[in-house]
Design a protein around this ligand. Structure first.
Ligand SMILES: Cc1cc2nc3c(=O)[nH]c(=O)nc-3n(C[C@H](O)[C@H](O)[C@H](O)COP(=O)(O)O)c2cc1C
Length: 326
């Protein structure tokens, strides 16, 4: 389970950095995998407001950290933590650029009517602190966070906010911050950790296992943690896979193929469903194994991809119902 932390302050060792590090430490202690993005250090260009994403479903800016790294992470993460200082009653400009660029995901959801397969389980959490103590201090930030999390397919669960934090080191001196983070992480992760983990595996993790994971995540994400990986991962997801899943209303854009080693390193898997990679799929101690003998649609006509997609959907529906009653 990936927890993505967006560190929104330009101060790299300031109060936000400490607050987020404390929160992510707790996530790791409680068994999750974490990734922290120091947003202000990333090359994220401001939204141009050009409307391209609303008609094409992709951002016109294709050569910055948002396109290369952050859209895929926003899709992969099961929890997104937006950590921020208050600057003029809102997020600072660096992380605000990231938020504005999530308009691409907003467009895919609302203009194209596509569902992110993880949208039923992904959570959004806000960590914010500022210098003053007025009752409205977090109002603007909360409102922005609410709509950001909605655009990226995350349910805005809650947050931790701290007033009267200003000089470097103030957050660290706060008497309850560690306990607050521990408690919040426990509540946030408990329902996600109770799920059984299913790994769909194929060769390139660009067609079959991605489709299976998307159907499973969409149909039963609150009951299973769903992962996918390949024995020889392709550089990117197959565009025809994205297209045929889009016909089913599911959005696989920005997902990246991952290797079996990478996924197995951080996940404890209960069930491996192999799509036909057979002997190259490793035996994982303690994990059951099912083999679906499906042909590889890579390089085949799109109609063949559709047929494989439909077989996968049928298989996943059966699997979800069997595993739910098991
Ligand atoms: C440009 C700027 C704008 C700020 N605006 C506010 C504000 O509107 N309200 C507030 O309470 N604090 C404001 N602050 C103070 C910061 O929120 C505070 O110092 C915070 O602890 C900094 O966190 P950091 O160490 O993670 O950067 C502002 C600070 C800066 C530099």
């Amino acid at each position: 389970m990936l927890i993505l932390g967006l560190q929104g302050s330009p101060r790299q060792k300031g109060n936000t950095a400490y607050l987020l590090a404390t929160f992510l430490d707790e996530c790791r202690i409680q068994g999750a995998t974490t990734k922290m993005i120091p947003v202000a250090k990333k090359d994220i260009r401001a939204c141009l407001g050009c409307g391209f994403c609303e008609t094409h479903g992709y951002c016109v800016i294709i050569d910055d950290a948002m396109s290369r790294e952050i859209y895929p992470l926003l899709r992969e993460a099961e929890v997104i933590v937006a950590a921020t200082p208050i600057f003029f009653y809102n997020f600072p400009s660096g992380i605000k650029a990231l938020i504005d660029r999530s308009q691409t995901l907003w467009s895919r959801k609302y203009k194209f009517g596509l569902d992110d397969p993880r949208r039923g389980t992904r959570k959004g959490f806000l960590l914010a602190q500022g210098a003053t103590r007025g009752k409205d201090l977090f109002q603007g930030t909360r409102m922005t966070a609410k709509y950001f999390f909605d655009a990226v397919g995350a349910e805005f669960t809650d947050g931790l906010t701290y007033r009267r934090i200003e000089a470097k080191g103030d957050m660290e001196k706060h008497p309850t911050v560690i306990l607050d983070c521990r408690q919040a992480v426990r509540e946030l992760l408990a329902p996600l950790q109770a799920r059984k983990t299913i790994l769909f595996a194929c060769r390139e993790n660009s067609c079959r296992s991605q489709m299976a994971a998307a159907f499973a995540g969409y149909l039963a994400g609150d009951r299973f943690e769903v992962l996918s990986a390949g024995s020889e991962p392709a550089p990117e997801i197959n565009p025809d896979t994205v297209r045929v899943m889009q016909e089913k209303g599911l959005d696989l854009a920005f997902l990246r193929p991952r290797s079996l080693e990478e996924v197995l390193e951080s996940a404890s898997v209960d069930l491996i469903v192999s799509m036909g990679c057979g002997e190259v799929c490793p035996m994982v101690p303690g994990a059951r194994r099912i083999d679906w003998d499906l042909p590889d649609p890579a390089g085949q006509p799109i109609e063949f991809m559709r047929q494989v997609r439909d077989r996968i959907e049928e298989g996943v529906r059966g699997l979800v119902s069997d595993e739910t009653s098991a």
